[in-house]
Design a binder for this molecule. Structure first.
Ligand SMILES: [Zn+2]
Length: 292
């Protein structure tokens, strides 16, 4: 299993999530060894169950031009040893030409005497398209299963900075995201002063939120900071939702990584917001490690 090895110390790189030049997209690069491992997935019961649960039209295997449910991940690069997929972050909100059915196109809620909460005063009916978010989350669940059970494949001499695992459920708390931060990643986190805020992460998450919902949220919803001993907190909009380390006391001298877990993740959008944060942090850590 990949995650326990990363927690124990360092494991060879199997996959990496990172930013791309394309706005509102993440890159998932992986060892091509995973393709052979996933060749029988189409008939796996848990894949078929996920497909049924989220009413997906199709499932495509790793190695194809698209991977996952309803072509959620698109191939962008292939080398002798690696293959990379793009995760494009969809928009949830689509404004229609019809008037808002709650305020009848006035933009004002007469009973509450305030701006209509449904259309935010825009007067138009709003449609919500959750389907692509479920497709991405469910596809990543399959990918994480493959990566976690991978045979020690290796992209290069690089180490696995962090891992993530998710579930694509259908209810409150049904969308957990958890995993591990490797020793090198924790060491990088530990190089920052106490309560260091990662402004770049916060900005990226805030812009991603605006892209998804077509509206802004206050900065503190996306607060991402590190305390003493690599204690990393990543927040995202929700009910005290975000990521936090499991247990206290990461110790640089022990040469180990640490597990992280989540609190109150109720939607696939929160998973994507937090993966965006992890991608930004992973890129920064990788750049810093490469310089040394
Ligand atoms: Zn309205």
């Amino acid at each position: 299993m990949l995650t326990p090895d990363v927690i124990k110390g360092s494991a060879a790189l199997v996959y990496e999530i990172s930013e791309t030049k394309k706005p509102f997209a993440l890159k998932l690069e992986m060892d091509k060894g995973l393709i052979a491992q996933g060749k029988d997935l189409s008939s796996a019961i848990f894949v078929r169950e996920l497909q049924k649960k989220h009413n997906s039209k199709s499932f495509s295997l790793l190695g194809n031009d698209c991977f996952g449910f309803d072509q959620a991940l698109k191939k962008i690069e292939e080398t002798e040893k690696t293959i990379s997929y793009l995760i494009e972050i969809p928009t949830l909100v689509k404004e229609s030409s019809l008037p808002c059915i709650h305020c009848l196109g006035t933009g004002w809620d007469k009973s509450l005497d305030q701006e209509c909460l449904w259309c935010h005063g825009k007067k138009k009916h709003t449609e919500y398209n959750w389907k692509p978010f479920f497709a991405i989350s469910a596809s990543l669940q399959i990918f994480c299963f493959l990566a976690e059970t991978s045979n020690r494949t290796r992209i290069s001499d690089k180490c696995q900075l962090l891992t993530f695992q998710n579930f694509c459920g259908d209810s409150i708390n049904g969308f957990p995201l958890f995993g591990s931060y490797g020793y090198d990643f924790c060491k990088w986190l530990n190089s920052f002063s106490d309560h260091y805020c990662f402004e770049t992460v916060r900005e990226k998450m805030a812009k991603t939120y605006e892209h998804i919902f077509k509206q802004k949220k206050d900065w503190w919803h996306f607060n991402t900071y590190v305390e003493e001993n690599a204690w990393l907190i990543i927040n995202c909009p929700g009910d005290a939702s975000g990521l936090h380390p499991v247990g206290y006391g990461w110790d640089q001298n022990k040469h180990q990584g640490q597990q992280y877990s989540c609190h109150n993740l109720d939607s696939p959008i929160q998973q994507l917001m937090l993966l965006t944060a992890l991608a930004v942090l992973s890129d920064s850590a990788r750049k810093s490690i490469n310089k040394k």
